[in-house]
Design a protein around this ligand. Structure first.
Ligand SMILES: Cc1ncc(COP(=O)(O)O)c(C=O)c1O
Length: 385
């Protein structure tokens, strides 16, 4: 029987990262620089808090919006780190990762036919989730293109910085330029700032901290990256009360609440992990510097990005290969996995000829010893190509 699946879903390609990951999974002895997941263990005190919560029987549903304790801690954290105050009762919603939160926000905000502007290359979830919420993604590559792409139907702008896949971020000057366009055109901003803590030289500026932007911004963040807590599946929304209430309406029907043990662990993460986070950040910075130096030495020119744990070099210039050919051959010949850049392009498809098909994404969320070995292999591969 042909199952009557949703038409929009049928038109969306599967995640390019995941498809490549499946090819990688079929091989053995591969050094994977392909996933955006910290190699660090979750700080022990955070894991201990989850264990204590389990022992104390905190195994029940929490309130839909998350525990009061965690929401208060998130409010304190955001005010302390980024200088923006949110009311923990009405302006914060805890969910199952930044992923669920983004889905909730677009479903809460969009009506069929609304257009949403976002930057390419971009993280793979945005365009599909916008489409599933009835919206139309409209891509720009530079701030200067935003105004031209705004139409009667434009409702929101998605920001995501530091960026997955490039590691680049927006300076305060850039953000002010964006804020001006946003105010002039009465846009709503959805700002995914999950890599905020992984900003290496210049401290992160929250978009909501800019004058008059808090009232028109949904800030999304979570614990997966800086606290190495991917499996805890915990993220949050900071937004005007009307939006958190609307998003919570969906969340209470589709998820009910986030995992209670994870929420207890996250309280500890925010209270007592600043030094652990700083240690991981410093380690990522060293890895970034090492990888940038080695890639440039082998002729894959790449700048030093400001944050996250990704590099996005153009491989065509040096090797003549597309990102996809490079990734597949590198995997076969030297057993190193990277992700073809077209997974992050405008079509979000792992497809020859799509946007950013001359690039690959390299994740340095892998220990230095493996990075050294992987880059040695990559250099051998580049020299032979
Ligand atoms: C920019 C960005 N946002 C969100 C996520 C997903 O975060 P979470 O694990 O909280 O769902 C990722 C994961 O790679 C990401 O790179």
């Amino acid at each position: 029987m042909q199952l009557p699946l949703n038409h929009t879903l049928a038109s969306i390609p599967p995640s390019g990262i995941r498809r490549f990951f499946e090819i990688v999974a079929e091989q053995s002895d591969v050094i994977s620089l392909s996933i955006g997941e910290p190699d660090f263990d979750t700080p022990w005190n955070v894991r201990e808090s989850a264990i204590a919560a389990l022992e104390n029987g905190e195994t029940h549903y929490s309130g839909n919006r998350g525990t009061s304790e965690l929401r208060m801690e998130i409010a304190n954290y955001f005010a302390r780190r980024f200088g923006v105050r949110f009311d923990w009762k009405e302006e914060i919603l805890v969910g199952n990762g930044a992923s669920e939160i983004f889905d909730l926000v677009v479903r809460a905000v969009l009506n069929p036919g609304d257009e949403v502007i976002l930057f390419a290359p971009s993280y793979v979830m945005y365009a599909p989730l916008i489409q599933l919420a009835g919206g139309t993604p409209v891509f720009v590559r530079k701030i200067s293109e935003i105004q031209r792409k705004i139409s009667q139907k434009t409702k929101a702008l998605v920001l995501s910085y530091p960026s997955n896949p490039t590691g680049e971020t927006f300076s305060k000057v850039d953000l002010k330029k964006i804020a001006k366009i946003v105010a002039k055109n009465n846009l709503f901003v959805i700002s995914d700032e999950i890599y905020a803590e992984l900003s290496y030289e210049v401290p992160h500026t929250a978009f909501a901290s800019l004058p008059k932007m808090k009232e028109r911004t949904a800030t999304i963040s979570g614990f997966s990256k800086a606290w190495a807590m991917t499996g805890f599946r915990l993220g949050y929304l900071l937004a005007p009360a009307e939006l958190t209430a609307a998003a919570n309406k969906i969340h209470q029907y589709s998820a009910l609440c986030a995992n209670s043990l994870s929420q207890a662990a996250a309280v500890e993460a925010l209270r007592s992990c600043d030094s652990e986070v700083a240690k991981m950040r410093e380690e990522y910075r060293l890895r970034r510097d090492f990888c940038v130096r080695e890639l440039n030495r082998m002729g894959l020119k790449v700048g030093k990005p400001a944050g996250a744990f990704y590099l996005f070099p153009n491989v065509r210039k040096k090797t003549g290969m597309s990102g996809e050919e490079f990734a597949l051959k590198l995997l076969k010949k030297e057993k190193v996995a990277v992700v073809p850049g077209n997974a992050f392009g405008e079509e979000h498809a792992f497809r020859e000829g799509g946007g950013f098909s001359d690039f690959v994404r390299i994740s340095y969320a892998t220990n230095l010893k493996e990075l050294e070995e992987a880059l040695e292999r990559m250099e051998r591969f580049v020299q032979k190509s």
